[in-house]
Design a protein around this ligand. Structure first.
Ligand SMILES: Cc1cc2nc3c(=O)[nH]c(=O)nc-3n(C[C@H](O)[C@H](O)[C@H](O)COP(=O)(O)OP(=O)(O)OC[C@H]3O[C@@H](n4cnc5c(N)ncnc54)[C@H](O)[C@@H]3O)c2cc1C
Length: 423
C-alpha cells in the first residue's frame, strides 16, 4: 500500500530538522489525534478532547517555541533558512489528522509571531517581552491575527487597491501608549483561546497612506479586551473563531511591530505565509483522503473485484493521487520561495504575495473537487462519519473561503500576471 511518504518531496533541499519535526508531528497525530478526531465536532465549544492534544504538541513537546530565538528559550526557526519548509511539513502532517488543529497551530505559533521573530525584521525587544509567555510554560499558548472586521475581510487584505482605507479599528497615540478601539470577527484562536493578539489597525481612519497601517500586539488579558463565544461552523471544530472587541485598550507604544510603512510591508509577508500554509492544510487533508479511499477501494468489491480494479473508479483515483502529489510539490515550492529571498525576492513582494494566493486557490479548488469525487466513489459510506472522509469535505471547503476568498486571489493573480490597471 502506498503511503504519505510516496508523494513527492523536494529531497535535494530538505533539512534534517524538517524530517525531525515531521516525525514528531506524525507520531503525535497518529497517537493523540486520529483516534479521537471523530468526536471533535461535538466538542466545538468546550475543547475538552481537543485541548489535551494541543497541550502535548505545543506546550509539552514545545512546538510553540518554534520561532523564538534560542537564547530566549525558542528553537530559533526565525533565524534559519528553512523556517517555512519546516512549518509546511509540520502543518501538512497535522492536517492529515485534522486541518483545524493545524490552522490553530500555524496561526498560534507562527503567523503573527513571524512579524517579530523572523529575519531580517526581528524585533528583539518584543521577542524578549513575549518569549516567556510561549517558552516558559508547558501549557499551550496561542497567538491570533486579528484582521477581519464586520465590514469585510477581503477589503482589508486587498492592500494594493484599498490600501487599508476600510480598516475601522483605530490606534490613537496617547503619551507613550496606544489606545485601541475596534471590533474584529473570525480570527483563528479567538473565542477565549488566545494569549496574544496581533491587531491590524489604522492610525488615521480612511487613509490610504501605508504609514497609517499599524500592527500592534495586545495581550489577551488586558482590560478592555472581550472575546465572544465561538461560532459553530460546518467543520474545523478544533479552531475557535469569534468576535473580539477592543475598548480603550492601552498598550505601550513599543508594542507596535515595526512602525510606519514597515508594519504594512511585513504584514504582506504574513499574507504570503498564510496562503502558503493553507496549501499544507489542504495537502495534508487530501493525502489522508487518498489513504482512506485507498483502503476503501481495496476492500470493497464490485462484481467480485476490488473497486479500484474498475476502470472508471481507477480514473478518479488517479486524478486524486495526481492532485495530492502536485499540491505537495507547489506547497514545498512556495515554502522554499519564502525561505530563499536571496533567489526569489522578499516574502512581502507583490510577486510572492500573488503566487501564494494563486497556489492556495489552485490547491483548495483541486482538494475541494477531489474530496467531492472521493465521496462519489464511496457512495453513502462516504457520508458516514465513521469513514472520516466527510470531515475533510467540510474542513476543506472552509480553507477555500478564507484569506479574502477566491475572488481576491483571482484579482491579485490577474493584476500581477497581466499587469491589469483597473482591477
Ligand atoms: C476557519 C476560519 C479561520 C479564519 N481565521 C482568521 C484569522 O486568523 N484572522 C482573521 O482576521 N480572519 C480570519 N478568518 C476570516 C476570513 O479570513 C474572512 O472571512 C475572509 O477573509 C473573507 O472575509 P469576509 O468573510 O468578511 O468576506 P467579505 O470580505 O465580506 O467578502 C464577501 C464575498 O465578496 C467577495 N469579494 C470581496 N472583495 C471582492 C471584490 N473586490 N470583487 C469581487 N468579489 C469580492 C469575497 O471573495 C467573498 O466571496 C477566518 C475565517 C475562517 C472561516
Amino acid at each position: 500500500m502506498r503511503t504519505i511518504d510516496d508523494f513527492t518531496r523536494p529531497l535535494e533541499y530538505l533539512s534534517g530538522f524538517e524530517r525531525y519535526a515531521g516525525g514528531i508531528v506524525r507520531e503525535w497525530a497518529e497517537k493523540e489525534v486520529i483516534p479521537v478526531r471523530r468526536g471533535f465536532d461535538e466538542d466545538w465549544e468546550e475543547h475538552r478532547t481537543i485541548e489535551p492534544a494541543f497541550r502535548k504538541i505545543m506546550g509539552e513537546i514545545g512546538l510553540q517555541r518554534f520561532f523564538f530565538p534560542e537564547d530566549l528559550g525558542g528553537f530559533g526557526l526565525g533565524h534559519s533558512s528553512y523556517a517555512a519548509v519546516v512549518g509546511y511539513r509540520a502543518c501538512e502532517e497535522m492536517s492529515r489528522a485534522d486541518s483545524a488543529m493545524s490552522v490553530a497551530f500555524g496561526v498560534g505559533v507562527a503567523w503573527i509571531l513571524l512579524m517579530i521573530t523572523k529575519e531580517p525584521h526581528v524585533n528583539r525587544r518584543l521577542c524578549e517581552e513575549f518569549a516567556p509567555m510561549f517558552c516558559d510554560t508547558t501549557e499551550p499558548v496561542f497567538a491570533v491575527n486579528a484582521m477581519t472586521e464586520p465590514q469585510g475581510g477581503a477589503d482589508i487584505e486587498n492592500m494594493d487597491v484599498i490600501k487599508g482605507s476600510t480598516i475601522q479599528t483605530t490606534a490613537v497615540l496617547d503619551g507613550d501608549e496606544w489606545v485601541i478601539n475596534g471590533h474584529k470577527l473570525w480570527p483563528t484562536n479567538s473565542g477565549g483561546v488566545a494569549g496574544l493578539f496581533g491587531v491590524v489597525c489604522t492610525t488615521n481612519p480612511g487613509s490610504t497612506d501605508p504609514n497609517d497601517f499599524a500592527f500592534i500586539f495586545v495581550p489577551a488579558d488586558l482590560p478592555g479586551v472581550t472575546q465572544g463565544k465561538p461560532y459553530q461552523k460546518a467543520g474545523m471544530a478544533a479552531d475557535k473563531n469569534s468576535d473580539i472587541w477592543f475598548e480603550d485598550v492601552r498598550v505601550p507604544v513599543w508594542y507596535r511591530a515595526h512602525g510606519p510603512g514597515d508594519d504594512l510591508k511585513y504584514f504582506k509577508e504574513m499574507v504570503s505565509w498564510g496562503n502558503f500554509l493553507s496549501i499544507a492544510f489542504t495537502g495534508g487533508a487530501i493525502i489522508n483522503v487518498f489513504e482512506l479511499l485507498s483502503d476503501f477501494c481495496s476492500e470493497k468489491t464490485y462484481r467480485g473485484k476490488p473497486l479500484k480494479e474498475n476502470d472508471d473508479i481507477a480514473g478518479v483515483l488517479a486524478d486524486i493521487a495526481t492532485d495530492a502529489d502536485i499540491i505537495r510539490i507547489i506547497g514545498y515550492q512556495g515554502a522554499r520561495m519564502l525561505d530563499r529571498p536571496d533567489l526569489y525576492g522578499p516574502g512581502w513582494s507583490d510577486e510572492i504575495v500573488t503566487k501564494a494566493r494563486a497556489y492556495k486557490y489552485f490547491a483548495a479548488d483541486r482538494a475541494v473537487e477531489d474530496v467531492g469525487r472521493a465521496l462519489n466513489v464511496m457512495g453513502m459510506h462516504g457520508s458516514d462519519r465513521v469513514c472520516d472522509v466527510e470531515k475533510h469535505w467540510r474542513d476543506l471547503k472552509i480553507v477555500q473561503l478564507w484569506l479574502g476568498g477566491k475572488q481576491l486571489a483571482q484579482m491579485e493573480t490577474a493584476r500581477w500576471f497581466y499587469e491589469c490597471e483597473t482591477l
